[in-house]
Design a protein around this ligand. Structure first.
Ligand code: PLP
Length: 450
């Protein structure tokens, strides 16, 4: 096959005939795909030169946008020219040492020990294994409104319907509800919601047996299940419950981590909560090269100083991806990406408020940092166009099409869409994205039944 430029139709033909897709049937997924030609800042372009503003950072992962910082390119180039690969069993690299020192510096408390893998799911698989080995217990608690990845164990942890296709899956995982059930509320005040949901968690633990539970997994701020920030005191309460029973608290920071929520890590939204284990991926290197990581505290690491984790993979601690992370994190700090998130956060909030004022189909919105979602309604009774995992509604498909034809890319899920742009976005770009959203919602409003 000659390496010559292909026309869009040629790419699409080869993609549909020779590849398979992820979550959707391959035939429909192929037909609706955009052929991405190049990226620049918060934008990407298709083969016809059409420009799209990326309002979801792809999978909430292209946090540094689509232009790879020169220092990341240089670091990867240098790594490829020196040590392109090192077998993690017996060989270590300088870049692994440097990245680990930097990460230990970035993470609060004694989260000082790192294990590098290829993505978020593998990080969660490893964390599950570490928790079981460290505690000698089998059960793991995870929440219904969650996503933790697509491997067997990570799918088992996942609480939302994406898990169903992988069942029967990993054993020993028990799901519980978070402070925001879909069809009812734990209470009318933040305090009541917090207290009731913690009380419920205590009850679940009493049925399962605290001494049987190795870990509680949670996304500190829930991601694709609705950008749900826990009520004040909730993460602190979970930490306390874990301490009481010797359960490890595992925070899945795959989506939250590295500034998305306005703090470096999502668990830093709470007061002085240090999880025992933290899993990461995506923002760790802006997703330029696959990478995931598991961080753990001294007391967890102490166990594995004496006893092996007992698994490993070819790409563990791959020096090229570690070099990309080391350079990307330095870029993140040098250019103060977190400062930009803080500056953009109130602008995003006020743009969301404007949307709600202007469009009857906007039921509510939630956002913190540059992590946002807009929930839509089809009538004044607040009914969604699509229930949680309910049947599709043509208006939502039309909304997605309108976004694409107007040059905005984002995730549309059930009756909501997301506003998670790259963390480097500026005010002008943010406003431009909202102008497109405003236009698309004006069309959607035609479906609103009073
Ligand atoms: N955990 C969370 C919270 C995620 O959002 C994701 C992916 O979207 C994962 C884990 C899985 O990460 P990966 O797709 O890199 O395996």
């Amino acid at each position: 096959i000659a390496d010559v430029p292909m026309k869009t139709e040629e790419v699409m033909k080869a993609i549909s005939e020779n590849t398979l897709f992820t979550w959707n049937p391959s035939a429909t997924a192929a037909a609706s795909s955009i052929v991405m030609e190049r990226g620049e800042g918060v934008y990407f372009f298709d083969k016809q030169g059409k420009k799209y503003i990326d309002f979801n950072s792809q999978a909430m992962c292209s946090n540094l946008g689509h232009t790879v910082p020169q220092e990341v390119i240089d670091a990867v180039d240098k790594q490829l020219k020196t040590v392109a690969y090192a077998y993690p069993c017996g060989l270590v690299t300088e870049v692994k040492a440097k990245l680990s020192l930097l990460m230990a510096d970035l993470m609060p408390g004694d989260l000082n020990h790192f294990y590098y893998v290829s993505g978020g799911a593998e990080a969660n698989e490893t964390a599950m294994r570490m928790a079981r080995l460290k505690t000698g217990r089998h059960k793991i608690l995870a929440r219904y409104r969650s996503y933790h990845g697509a491997t067997l164990g990570a799918m088992g942890l996942t609480g939302d319907p994406r898990r169903w296709g992988s069942e029967p899956g990993a054993s020993g995982i028990v799901h519980f509800m978070d402070p925001f059930p879909y069809t009812f509320s734990w209470g009318s005040t933040e305090e009541e919601i917090c207290q009731k949901s913690l009380q419920y968690l205590r009850e679940v633990i009493s049925y399962e047996g605290g001494k049987n539970i190795a870990a509680i997994f949670l996304e500190p701020v829930t991601g694709t299940n609705g950008i749900l920030k826990p009520p004040a005191g909730y993460l602190e309460g979970v930490r306390q419950i874990c301490d009481q029973h010797g359960i490890l608290m595992v925070c899945d920071e795959v989506m939250n981590g590295f500034g998305r929520t306005g703090t470096m890590f999502g668990f830093e939204q709470a007061n002085n909560v240090i999880p025992d284990i933290v899993t990461m991926a995506k923002g760790i290197n802006g997703a330029f090269i696959p990478l995931g990581a598991v961080a753990c505290r001294d007391h967890v690491a102490a166990h594995f100083q004496k006893s092996p984790i007992g698994i490993g993979s070819t790409y563990n601690s791959h020096p090229v991806t570690l070099a990309s992370a080391y350079a990307a994190l330095q870029y993140f700090l040098r250019t103060d990406v977190l400062g930009n998130v803080h500056r953009m956060e109130p602008i995003l909030q006020s743009l969301m408020e404007d949307l709600k004022k202007r469009h009857p189909t906007v039921k509510t919105f939630r956002s913190l940092g540059l992590f946002g979602t807009v929930e839509l309604q089809k009538n004044s009774r607040g009914e969604p166009f699509v229930e949680f995992n309910g049947p599709a509604h043509p208006a939502m498909a039309q909304l997605k099409n309108d976004m694409i034809s107007n040059g905005l890319y984002t995730l549309v899920r059930f009756s909501s869409f997301f506003t998670n742009p790259p963390l480097i976005i500026n005010e002008k770009e943010l406003r431009q994205g909202f102008e497109i959203l405003d236009k698309c919602l004006t069309n959607l409003d035609k479906h609103f039944e009073k």
